[in-house]
Ligand binder design. Structure first.
Ligand SMILES: C[S@@+](CC[C@H](N)C(=O)[O-])C[C@H]1O[C@@H](n2cnc3c(N)ncnc32)[C@H](O)[C@@H]1O
Length: 399
């Protein structure tokens, strides 16, 4: 069946309509005319694959990755990077219009960096001697030799793992932001784990730490951060500084007396802005993150910051007289109790760092009654995927 692709959906799939029913076509790009095979049909929608390309988009490029699209890690290796960034801005506009009824002009152009070698973390799965990614919706492994998204030294580790791999079940590989240090955590059975040691600064094998250290340091701007294997760290090694600078820019203007860094991870944002706020409290519910946060406080000699290990929703009501709040929640956004508490605390400024435009829009739709949304700055933290990060600045409305 011949169809014309109208646009991309929020997951990067091409959209067309067949007898007024929406159809999602994998890897099809806007404007393309394609012959499709329907792979799923239900009451509400259809799914399809491209059978034959009839007229391709001028923005289609030859994928530089030989595992695309089979490995399932990327959805845009075949799309020009410029168009991917444009798509992410349009997606942000569409979502904030639909779910928060906000002016599209609030959304700025996407800030982006290199689309290759940007990731500092990857998790590979193993089965029957194969090492790679799980195939979509199954647990069978699509083997990979390299991943174009991760740092060069992480790719060296994949080559080494393939040469020693006997029965690896899971491999977590991390690097620091200048790719000078490597951490590998393996689960499974490896014939000669010692062969891997010279390539790793931190090596953990079935829960045992085989190297002298179990953490390393990553630098963002003038601050340094410990990173241990179980802690959270922003994944894009090129763009995290820009993301944090977007928060810093507002903190520098406001110079708050008391700032809350909610969902603080290893304390990175609070410490990054600490030269411009008098007192800071960071909250995160992950013990490993807070342990690292306290070490990061010492490492950067920031005496004005303290950390609490608990759920934000359990702690937030114990604060008042806060003039600045940064929130950086996981994809499900803020829970309704936290939104109520933010409104009660009523700080002058809220900076909302979001990794999901839909939950951001849902939360802004409530917060906008008491706060003026100044702007939304999207960041392409995850090039070649459909994900879109953003920093949104909110100012308390005057009474
Ligand atoms: C997107 S990360 C942000 C981390 C940090 N701001 C950064 O830039 O590295 C979200 C963090 O929220 C934490 N988290 C998730 N749910 C939470 C909750 N209910 N209360 C407190 N922290 C939570 C996670 O442990 C994680 O560190």
């Amino acid at each position: 069946m011949k169809v014309t692709i109208e646009k991309l959906d929020h997951f990067g799939r091409g959209i067309c309509y067949i007898n007024d029913k929406i159809c999602f076509v994998k890897e099809a790009l806007p404007g393309e005319v394609v012959d499709i095979d329907i792979t799923l049909e239900n009451k509400k929608y259809l799914e399809a694959n491209i059978k034959k390309m009839i007229q391709k988009s001028s923005h289609r490029i030859k994928s530089p990755c030989k595992s695309f699209p089979e490995c399932g890690g990327c959805c845009f290796q075949h799309y020009s990077y410029e168009e991917e960034n444009r798509y992410k801005k349009d997606k942000m506009i569409e979502i904030i219009d639909k779910f928060a009824h906000l002016d599209p002009k609030l959304v700025k152009d996407v800030i982006s960096s290199f689309e290759m070698n940007y990731r500092n973390k990857i998790i590979l799965h193993g089965m029957g001697g194969k090492l790679g990614f799980y195939e979509e919706k199954t647990h069978s492994v699509i083997p990979i030799d390299e991943c174009l998204l991760i740092s060069p030294r992480m790719n060296e580790i994949i080559k080494n793992l393939k040469s020693i791999n006997v029965q690896i079940l899971e491999a977590l590989i991390r690097s620091n932001n200048d790719d000078s240090m490597i951490m590998v955590e393996l689960e499974g059975k490896v014939s000669d784990i010692e062969l891997l040691k010279p390539y790793c600064d931190v090596l953990i094998y079935n829960g045992m730490i085989l190297t002298e250290q179990d953490e390393f340091i990553s630098t963002i701007g003038s601050k340094k951060f410990y990173l241990s294997y179980s802690s959270f760290f922003q994944v894009n090694r090129f763009l995290t500084k820009d993301l944090y600078d977007a928060v810093l820019k507002v903190v520098k203007i406001k110079k708050p007396m008391k700032l809350l860094d909610l969902y603080c991870g290893t304390g990175t944002i609070g410490i990054y802005v600490s030269d411009y706020a008098k007192e800071i409290v960071g909250i995160d519910n992950n013990g490993s993150n807070i342990k690292d946060a306290n070490k990061n406080k010492e490492l950067n000699q920031v005496s004005s910051i303290s950390f609490i290990c608990d759920k934000v929703e359990n702690q937030i009501d114990s604060f008042d007289k806060i003039d600045f709040i940064v929130v950086d929640p996981p994809r499900n956004g803020l829970d309704s109790k936290t939104v109520d508490s933010l409104l009660k605390i009523n700080p002058e400024t809220i900076v909302y760092v979001s990794c999901d435009p839909v939950t951001l829009a849902r939360d802004l739709n409530i917060l906008k009654e008491s706060y003026l949304i100044q702007y939304i700055q999207p960041f392409n933290m995850f090039p070649r995927s459909y994900h879109c990060e953003s920093v949104c600045v909110l100012e308390r409305r005057s009474n």
